[in-house]
Design a protein around this ligand. Sequence first.
Ligand SMILES: Cc1ncc(COP(=O)(O)O)c(C=O)c1O
Length: 390
Amino acid sequence: MPEIHTAVQQLEDEFGPGTYHKRNLVIVRGQGARLWDEEGKEYIDCVGGQGAANLGHQNPYVNRAIIEQSQKLINCTELFYNDQRALLLEKLAQITPPRISKFFLCNSGAEAVEGAFKFARLATGRTRIVAAMRGYHGKSFGALSATWNKEYREPFEPLVPGFSHVPFDNLEKTCDAITEETAAFVAEPVQGESGVRPGSREYFLGVQNHCRKTGSLLILDEVQTGFCRTGRMFALEHFGIEPDILCLAKSLAGGVPMGAIGMSDTVASKLFKLAHTSTFGGNPLACAAANAAIQYMQDLRLAQRAEELGREFMAELRQIQSSRIREVRGMGLIVGIELKDKAGPYIQQLMAKGVLVLGAGPTVIRYLPPLVIERDDLLRVARATAEVLP
Ligand SMILES: Cc1ncc(COP(=O)(O)O)c(C=O)c1O
């Protein structure tokens, strides 16, 4: 079928930089876990803003907070103190492990990772970073140096020196690579972009232990797994670990752009004035949205909901009789189906059936629905998946 391009698409294609793969779909409205296109066609959203829409579209807490804060104060740089920022810093300290006690507020995942590496250098006086193969940490120069995919990295070399990669979830090789010259080891608890691959408890506990022995820092990138996605407020709770630095973003402010770098007192004690700054970081609008978002997660026990729905959804997917499925895996409501062939055509077929999903590497269909999704909608998603997989 020839693709129809509407006026909106023509404008984006003409004036956008062309750096994104775009689907033939113009989304104009959302509510909960539903999205609508220009013609009013409804979709079940399992893209979930690629992890930024954990609270669903038009979340009532977040919407109210944005409206109220916009009528008071949107901008207030960190030159001054601010009530919403103070509240958020306290809340972040309450919901993260005791070891994480200070927070630098920023605007995105890559920015959180970027700052984490700078802080690790300052805190240790070392420059080497060990990252996990297949890891994804963003595309600014520092974050890209830790990201594994060669297609993203190679056109931009030389990258930041001192980075090396070791196989994910391989304790022995990771410990061999982390030495007394290593500033930090960085990994995602569940590798999201590269195919929904959860690490094991033994791996993360072992790596943490080894980092403490060598004086290296453990940086956990919870940009995609944070804020109830895996069935806990943070995935680190599954493993019982306490990193030295914790990178957060995506759903932190209920969909409003925001990131944060959590760190231990020891790390914070090595930072100097103006070591790192950000004009928009900690702006009252994003802070108010984040305060409301965290309140909503707690009031509605969103982590528990993600755990229960994730378990049921994965059980449904595992019942699908298809010769194309290699494995169904996930944690809470970050779920992937690894296929024996390319995921792209199935993702298109799901879209035609009114279900929006993501890829994760060439052969994985990834589901990142808003955690407020209705049980019936998840059943419909599982049924549509069964219909498209031969
Ligand atoms: C684990 C992880 N880290 C970092 C990033 C980069 O975040 P951003 O796109 O906000 O820069 C992402 C984005 O997908 C991510 O999944």
